[in-house]
Ligand binder design. Structure first.
Ligand code: NAI
Ligand code: MG
Length: 358
C-alpha cells in the first residue's frame, strides 16, 4: 500500500520545520520499506487568506478526504489575519469535520534538554486532549453590545458520546503502558454542572478497567503538580481547554515546546488523521532558520506509527526516529532554544543521518 500524505506547511516556522519533517519522514520510510506519496497543498495559511479572503478553497474537504493522513506545520500570522479567524478557518475545521476527537500529546524528558525544573525530573507522560467539543464551542454571543449592559456568553458543550470516547481512549492507552495509570483533569468544585457530570463519566469508564489505577485532580492543583511532581503522571486525560493548557505546560516542564509533537486522531479511520507540532508559527523567530524541527519530526514518527496500526515497519520506523532524536538531543547539534547555535536544517539533517543508519 502507498500512503497518501497531504502536506500543509502553513505559516511562519511551519514553513521552516516542514522540510525537515519531510526529510526524516522520507528517510525513515525508505529505510523501513514504507511507501509514501507526499502531496503538497498551497492553502490553509495566511498568504492564501491575503489573496482569497478565506483560509481554504470551498472544496477543501473533498480534496483532503481521500488522503490517509495530513502532515501540518502551524497556522497563524496575526499581522494579516486575527488568530481566531486563521485557526477556526483551517485547523479547527479539520479537527471537527474529520472527527479527530483525540489530540494525543506526549511529553518526555531527554538527556541534553535542560528542564526548568530541578532534579532533573523524570517525565514520561501522554496527554490526551478532547479535540472536538468542550470549552471550544461556537455557541454563544454578545448581548447589548457597546452599552454598559454588555454581556458576553460562550457555552461549553460536553456530550456523553464525546466524553466517553476520549475517556475510553485514555484508559485503553494506559493499558499499553508500563505504569497503567490515568489522571483525569477536572474542576468540579468550581464548574458545578458540567464537571461533576464529567467526573461521573470518568468513574463509569474507570469501572471497566479494574487493572488501571486512576484518580481525578482539579486543574489548578494538577498544573501545580506538573511542575512540582511531574513524575507522578502517566496518562492524563482532559477536556479541550484543560488539555490545551496541560499540553504546553508538560513539554515546557520537560525543557522546550520546540520538541512537543501531537496527533489529532480519528481512531476509527473514517477520516484522515492530522499530525502537527504542538507549537505555533512563532513569528518572533521566523526567517532565521533557527526553529527547532524536533516537534515536526516526532509528529512524523507518530504518523508512521498510526498509519500502520502500530505494527511492523511503522512501529520500527517510529522507534528509529525516536532513538535518533534521543541521540541527537543528547550529543547535539542543538538549536538556540536548546542552548546551541545550529540551524533548523542542520538539526534535521543530523537526525535524518541517524535514521538512515538505524
Ligand atoms: P508559538 O508556539 O508560535 O510560540 C511561543 C514561543 O515559543 C515563541 O517565543 C516561539 O519563538 C517559541 N517557539 C515555538 N516553537 C518553537 C520551535 N519549534 N523552536 C524554538 N522556539 C519555538 O505560540 P504563540 O506565540 O502563542 O502564537 C504564534 C502564532 O501561532 C499565533 O498566530 C497562534 O494563533 C499560532 N498558533 C498556532 C498553532 C497551531 O497551528 N497548531 C498552535 C499555537 C499557536
Ligand atoms: Mg495550544
Amino acid at each position: 500500500k502507498t500512503y497518501k500524505i497531504a502536506v500543509l506547511a502553513g505559516d511562519g516556522i511551519g514553513k521552516e520545520v516542514m522540510p525537515e519533517g519531510l526529510r526524516v519522514l522520507q528517510v525513515a520510510a525508505d529505510r523501513f520499506g514504507i511507501k509514501l506519496e507526499l502531496i503538497n497543498f498551497a492553502w490553509a495559511d495566511c498568504d492564501y487568506y491575503a489573496r482569497h479572503g478565506k483560509m481554504m478553497p470551498d472544496d477543501w474537504k473533498e480534496q483532503l478526504q481521500p488522503m490517509d493522513a495530513i502532515f501540518f506545520g502551524a497556522v497563524g500570522w496575526p499581522d494579516i489575519v486575527p488568530d481566531h479567524v486563521s485557526l477556526w478557518g483551517s485547523l479547527l475545521k479539520f479537527r471537527r469535520e474529520f472527527d479527530q476527537y483525540i489530540n494525543l500529546r506526549p511529553a518526555q524528558i531527554f538527556k541534553g534538554v535542560r528542564s526548568p525544573l530541578s532534579g532533573p525530573p523524570d517525565i514520561d507522560m501522554m496527554i490526551v486532549r478532547e479535540n472536538t467539543e468542550g470549552e471550544y464551542s461556537s455557541v454563544g454571543g454578545t448581548m447589548y453590545p457597546g452599552t454598559e449592559h454588555e454581556i458576553v456568553m460562550q457555552q461549553s458543550v460536553f456530550s456523553r458520546r464525546g466524553s466517553d470516547r476520549v475517556l475510553k481512549f485514555a484508559f485503553e492507552l494506559a493499558k499499553t503502558r508500563a505504569r497503567k495509570h490515568v489522571t483525569v483533569a477536572t474542576k468540579s468544585n468550581g464548574i458545578s454542572i458540567s464537571m461533576p457530570w464529567w467526573d461521573e463519566r470518568a468513574a463509569a469508564m474507570a469501572a471497566n478497567y479494574p487493572e488501571i489505577e486512576w484518580n481525578k485532580q482539579h486543574i489548578d492543583i494538577l498544573c501545580a503538580r506538573f511542575v512540582l511532581k511531574p513524575q507522578s503522571f502517566d496518562v492524563v486525560v482532559a477536556s479541550n481547554l484543560f488539555g490545551d493548557i496541560l499540553s504546553d505546560l508538560g513539554p515546557a516542564c520537560a525543557g522546550t515546546i520546540g520538541i512537543a509533537p501531537s496527533a489529532n486522531l480519528n481512531p476509527e479511520r473514517k477520516f484522515p488523521s492530522l499530525f502537527e507540532p504542538v507549537h505555533g508559527s512563532a513569528p518572533d523567530i521566523y526567517g532565521k532558520n533557527i526553529a527547532n524541527p524536533v516537534a515536526m519530526i516526532w509528529s512524523g514518527a507518530m504518523m508512521l506509527d498510526f498509519l500502520t496500526g502500530s505494527s511492523g515497519a511503522g512501529r520500527a520506523a517510529h522507534d528509529a526516529i525516536l532513538e535518533a532524536i534521543r541521540n541527537v538531543l543528547a550529543t547535539g547539534p542543538h538549536t538556540p532554544d536548546l542552548g546551541g547555535t545550529c540551524s533548523t536544517t542542520e538539526l534535521g539533517m543530523a537526525i535524518a543521518k541517524q535514521v538512515a543508519a538505524a
